[in-house]
Design a protein around this ligand. Structure first.
Ligand SMILES: *[C@@H]1O[C@H](CO)[C@@H](O)[C@H](O)[C@H]1NC(C)=O
Length: 307
């Protein structure tokens, strides 16, 4: 299993950071213009392999970074891209918000929902491992792992994370790819196959969250019913202000040393990875009680205490 290419990310993000985050208050236009620059600048990082070896020198990134800036200046009125939501759901409530609109055929019945969630995460973890792409459990999924190595009975969704750099690799090599996963049907005992779609949000490349329509960077989607795993990327978004702090577009923050080195473990019976300081991460997200009392679990079940 390869580790994320930390050094590139640090390099690229430190070059970009000042322009991304020293934004004036006057609105989306500026943010989007910056986003265009970021897109151009980030694109020069080679992504034919997730390995650390083939990284460009800092000077090359810096050279390329200057080009789009000049273009933006020449262009009198750069058209800011209107932010469209990339992933769409059939609804916005707790149930319908957890399906991809393209594959939604109605709510999955209670008895099939749990097995479908299990297959989602098993197929995701197994196939990402085969692709040698680093990914780890996050949020409620990580909490379920801590309690019993499984999905919690009341969990409705699945969350995993990857590095910002990994998203570029996935976008280049695996965007919109279909993956077959063979399994034994728990009810019938027969072998069956499911097909999953890996879909990468083109907004993954932006360091800022823009208007907040695209905070989910990628999805692993069950094409038989639209259920999915949310994949979000962690980036060191403000390396000058907060060096060593990684975050997703939804403002969850992590220290490098709390993430790495990742720990090998199992989740739902398949090999998985969790961040090094998982207990600290869980405590910061859900509070100390989430790890020690079963009463807290009761409140989680009622939908309180969710991040
Ligand atoms: C993935 O593919 C779809 C369909 O071609 C495209 O709309 C989307 O922008 C692609 N994502 C990335 C990250 O390039």
């Amino acid at each position: 299993m390869r580790l994320s290419p930390l050094p590139t990310l640090l390099l690229a993000s430190s070059l970009l950071a000042s322009s991304v985050f020293a934004l004036p208050q006057d609105g989306a236009k500026v943010v989007e213009k910056k986003a265009e620059e970021i897109q151009e600048a980030v694109v020069v990082i080679p992504r034919d392999s997730p390995q650390v070896e083939a990284l460009p020198e800092a000077s090359k990134i810096a050279e390329k970074k200057d080009e789009p800036k000049q273009q933006v200046k020449k262009d009198e009125k750069p058209k800011p891209p209107k932010e469209e939501k990339y992933f769409n759901e059939p609804g916005t409530n707790d149930e319908t918000g957890h399906y991809d609109a393209r594959y939604f055929k109605g709510l999955v019945e209670y008895e099939q929902h749990r097995p479908a969630l299990r297959l989602l995460i098993r197929s995701y973890l197994t196939i990402f491992r085969k692709l040698e792409v680093e990914t780890w459990l996050a949020h409620g999924t990580l909490l379920g792992w801590w309690w019993n190595g499984r999905i919690m009975p009341w969990d409705y969704d699945l969350d995993v994370q990857v590095s910002h750099q990994t998203l570029f690799y996935l976008a280049e090599h695996h965007n919109r790819t279909m993956h077959e996963y063979k399994y034994v049907d728990e009810k019938t005992g027969e072998e069956a196959t499911k097909t999953y779609l890996l879909d990468i949000n083109p907004s993954h490349k932006y360091l800022s969250r823009l208007q907040g329509m695209n905070i989910i960077d990628a999805r692993w989607i069950d094409t038989s019913n639209g259920m999915f795993v949310d994949i979000t990327g962690l980036a060191e978004r403000e390396p000058e202000k907060e060096p060593g702090i990684w975050s997703c577009k939804n403002h969850h923050k992590y220290r490098t040393r709390d993430l790495y080195p990742m720990r090998e473990t199992e989740y739902e019976g398949v090999p998985a990875m969790v961040p090094y300081n998982f207990d600290r991460i869980l405590t910061e997200e859900y509070g100390v009680q989430s790890l020690v009392t079963t009463e807290w679990l009761g409140s989680e079940r009622m939908g309180q205490g969710r991040a």
